[in-house]
Design a protein around this ligand. Structure first.
Ligand SMILES: [Zn+2]
Length: 353
């Protein structure tokens, strides 16, 4: 099963209408993908790009996922695919002084002023976490959205459409993907469950426990960038070895792709971390209301809770307070520049109320 067919299986109606639009040449030039599922935020944009640019589409308009163009897009090697994402430092997308300032809206847009070098002729731009564009960046981008060139496709992706100007939203075809089931790396996040269990059992009104748990969560969050680098490097290992025979321009391109993928993977893991913490408290609330384990959307997150030796009773009032705070934490981690501050504030607010 290729990426598109599995997407089609999950979202049959949406896939149908997208295929139809592509088939009849009416696919919008700008899309806004909104979903709380971090995996979809990364996996769907390339499929949409294939839908537009595939050089051998199926009869119903679906991308083949096998032609040279599709394969290059899916492998991240399509030379006319440009991505923009918030920099890890400011966690924002800035407008930038000019086209030479990397990772800014201006440098991203400049890539679309030249013609395409590819067989399909399509130029594709993906903006990850589009809600992190500053207001001036959004305003600058509006102009590009208003005057789309032929064969240009812009895909804005976000989990928080409210962070975008209404003028941006109204110029994009909205694609809402409501699949909240996230598949977590349970091994990677097991320590998070252990910390949250400790906190849930002992954190109430205990400053030292809240502080300790916050520190431990921050440590886990800090390891994610190393994990991302390791995962991506492993994937590209053999390719990098072959690269010894490539010209230096080829090696440079490859290195740029890898760096881009590392930052993508880091954002995916960070997003998983945030939603994992949220899933813990959301599911505690579900359990406190008397629901059985097998009815939970992500029971694996709660293994530590079910395997604990201590007896604990959940007071619905406490749990709902924790959940409210956890929702606030999710909001601030998605926008805040300081993870540490947000996590400490969350732990303390939740412990004392
Ligand atoms: Zn194709």
């Amino acid at each position: 099963m290729n990426g598109w067919t599995s997407f089609e299986e999950h979202f049959p109606l949406l896939a149908q209408s997208l295929k139809h639009a592509a088939h009849t040449g009416r696919l919008s030039h700008s899309h806004l993908i909104v979903t709380s599922n971090p995996d979809l935020r990364l996996s769907f944009p390339p499929l949409l790009a294939c839908l537009a640019a595939c050089t051998a589409p199926l009869e119903d308009g679906a991308p083949c996922c096998e032609c040279e163009t599709c394969r290059m897009i899916l492998n991240g090697l399509y030379p006319d695919l440009f991505t923009l994402a918030p920099t890890s430092k400011s966690r924002q997308i800035q407008i930038g002084k000019d086209a030479d300032e990397p990772d800014t809206l201006r440098s991203f847009e400049a890539a679309f002023h030249l013609g395409s070098v590819t067989e399909s002729g399509w130029k594709i731009g993906i903006i990850h976490d589009a809600d992190t564009m500053t207001e001036s960046a959004q305003n600058a981008f509006l102009k590009t959205l208003e005057e789309p060139s032929q064969k240009c496709l812009f895909i804005l992706v976000t989990g928080r459409a409210g962070g975008l100007l209404p003028t941006i939203r109204s110029r994009c075809q909205l694609i809402q993907l409501t699949d909240n089931h996230c598949v977590y790396d349970t091994e990677l996040f097991a320590p998070v469950s252990t910390i949250l269990l400790d906190y849930t059992l002992h954190g109430k009104n205990d400053f030292a426990v809240a502080e300790r748990c916050a520190g431990e969560l921050i440590d886990v969050l800090d390891t994610l960038s190393d994990v991302a680098e390791e995962t991506v490097n492993k994937k590209w290992e053999s390719r990098l070895k072959d690269a010894e025979n490539l010209e230096s321009a080829g090696v440079k391109l490859l290195e740029k792709r890898i760096a881009g993928e590392v930052s993508c993977e880091y954002r995916r893991l960070r997003e998983h971390f945030i939603s994992y913490v949220h899933a813990w408290f959301a599911q505690l609330a579900i359990l406190a209301s008397g629901t059985a384990k097998d009815m939970l959307p992500n029971p694996e997150v709660m293994d530590a809770w079910f395997n604990k030796e201590e007896n604990a009773k959940l007071r619905p009032r406490d749990v709902f307070h924790m959940l409210t705070e956890a929702e606030e934490l999710v909001r601030s981690l998605r926008t805040n520049v300081n993870d540490e501050l947000a996590l400490r504030a969350f732990m303390l607010n939740t412990a004392f109320h």
